[in-house]
Ligand binder design. Sequence first.
Ligand code: NAD
Length: 447
Amino acid sequence: MNLTIIGSGYVGLVTGTCFAEMGNHVTCVDLDEKKIADLNQGRIPIYEPGLEPVILSNLADGRLRFTTSLAEAMTDSQVYFIAVGTPPGEDGSADLRHVLAVAREIGRCLDKYAVIVDKSTVPVGTAEKVAAVIQDELDKRSVDIAFDVVSNPEFLKEGAAVDDFMKPDRIVIGCNSDQARDIMCNLYADFCRNHNRMVMMGVREAEMTKYAANAMLATKISFMNEIAGLCDALQVDVEKVRLGIGSDSRIGFPFIYPGCGYGGSCFPKDVNALISMAEENDLEPMILNAVHQRNADQKNVLFRKIVARFGSDLSGMTFGLWGLAFKPGTDDMREAPSVVLLRQLIDSGAKVKAYDPEAMDVAMQELPKDWFEKGALVLCQHQYDALDDVDALALVTEWKPFRHPDFKVMSSLMSQAVVFDGRNQYDPKEMKSEGFEYWGIGRCGDY
Ligand code: NAD
């Protein structure tokens, strides 16, 4: 099939690349000229494991191309995927500006039947808005062209995006037309040859499914963080509790790891968008409000522990920080807990030496310039460089190289052997025997 993907970020780029890998001819569009120029030269603008070789081979084989012009990309496509950002508006609702701008451009150029797919995460009712905008443009041109708008939310995880797309748990297709349903099923058949993973539903149900999925995962995390706070207060080791409840098949192990809060471009924004949807419909989103509040507070948990240990004036102190990305496997720092902690440490007079395996360039671009200029933040080339002469280490992102560090080297480098473990990576007993003072999340058990 000929496909056009509009928006070449984490979702659009992975979607386009994986469809090309299956033999489709894909044009990826983005407004960002530098991004498109880089992609055309084989430079990949994001870090995503396994993505680069697939892009390069499909570029070389001519199945994948990149352009800034949607009009140019609209020559022969049967399906148009809208994969642009839906950032939070000022009131927390999803800002549909980019989605509707793309819809308008599609309406201006559409010349034969096509399926328009909402791949972006969009509130219930958006497909109707997209259809109305396209129809408006067709009316202005006085042309009568049929089209369908389908909701096909994306469930990939940054850090495992290519694998998730190639081997999805499920493919949700919200569709109110037989013709569009056949095209979508045909397109996705390659991704579920072994057994059918397509879940067909109405458009509005598909739109809600994406938000409900993310809100459920965020709820599990926030619930466990609340339990961890109680464990801290009651001298209970939350790690034992996690093992105890996760082994219940009704609960399961995924997403019950306590930590210093979830970040990223999806969970915070999608929980807030769902809260807005509830409020617009005069419903009080009690659980969702609590999930959001717990997470916002959880991003302060490491700083609270640091202040409890060292006091609120941290001037003259230096902290090592491991992990800047919002989670391992990505260079994405949107809503990352590391940024909250950095601000708190620097505002309290501390200096920070930070290291992340992939997010250093993003950190350099996105963090406040004055932090670097006044020497409050130094980005280090190696994880151990970030420990040189520091008073404590804060681990914020659970990258694999941080899991089994050389504790002897660590304590020889640090001026005080104190570790604040925001992801419960270490065994408190082992840390104690290695001579460390250890502060985890909900780990005040009796060791
Ligand atoms: P992103 O910010 O990485 O990429 C969006 C891209 O769209 C940018 O490159 C931007 O330049 C481009 N763009 C904006 N307006 C455009 C226009 N008019 N024409 C062409 N390009 C335009 O965003 P993302 O992380 O890929 O997310 C995209 C959508 O997918 C969001 O709705 C998000 O909630 C959803 N989603 C994201 C993930 C994830 O893990 N990142 C997972 C599932 C769903």
